[in-house]
Design a protein around this ligand. Structure first.
Ligand SMILES: Nc1nc2c(ncn2[C@@H]2O[C@H](COP(=O)(O)OP(=O)(O)OP(=O)(O)O)[C@@H](O)[C@H]2O)c(=O)[nH]1
Ligand SMILES: [Zn+2]
Length: 185
């Protein structure tokens, strides 16, 4: 990431809003915000597919669900946070089981980019489908968007829920219902 350019841009934003970037409290702000952007956009230099290149040869062909994965992302329209929980379910094929942390890491990588909630949801599903070739994948993300709470339409508490279903989850409603009931318990 181009840190000097980030610092310059943040200084310009401060000037543009009528602030004085040379006053004591703001002196280190451009460098601080640049470091923060490096952190919250770190997922731009990683690809979720790479997480799934190692598999366990476990013979498990039943549902695996990692639920309530907390995430923070940045809305690409307003560059302010949206955040909540992701639930990642898949049914592996025999011998193609992934480490549980990789499911949470996929959410993490995709969150740390300027994003849309729908895109995180679909991209996690597609990465798992393409690399693990499971029987199916179901992703659900529940989030609150600060662009809908602290500004604009101002609806604090409104939750956005997105889903992506692939394979058997797209085919069989009872498979989706099973995951939903496990997420809600
Ligand atoms: N589909 C989708 N929309 C989002 C997401 N995050 C923010 N938005 C919406 O993106 C839209 C941007 O709309 P614009 O009309 O260009 O921007 P705006 O004038 O600031 O809109 P308001 O928020 O309605 O004031 C808004 O409706 C936001 O609620 C997201 O993850 N997915
Ligand atoms: Zn927004």
């Amino acid at each position: 990431m181009d840190k000097p350019k980030l610092e310059q841009a943040i200084k310009m934003i401060l000037e543009a809003i009528g602030e004085d970037p040379s006053r004591e409290g703001l002196l280190d702000t451009p460098a601080r915000v640049a470091s923060m952007y490096e952190e919250v956009f770190a997922g731009l230099k990683e690809e979720p597919e790479e997480l799934f290149s190692v598999v366990f040869s476990e013979e498990h062909e039943e549902l695996v669900l990692v639920k309530d994965i907390p995430f923070y992302s940045i809305c690409e329209h307003h560059l302010i946070p949206f955040y909540g929980h992701a639930h990642v379910a898949y049914i592996p094929k025999s011998g193609r089981v992934t480490g549980l942390s990789k499911l949470a890491r996929a959410v993490e990588i995709l969150s740390k980019r300027p994003q849309l909630q729908e895109r995180i949801t679909a991209t996690v599903a597609d990465a798992i489908m393409s690399k693990l070739d499971p029987h199916g994948v179901m992703i659900m993300i529940e989030a609150e968007h600060m662009c809908m709470t602290m500004r604009g339409v101002k609806k604090p508490g409104a939750k956005t829920i997105t889903t992506a279903v692939r394979g058997v989850f797209a085919e069989y409603p009872e498979k989706r219902a099973e995951v939903l009931s496990m997420i809600r318990t």
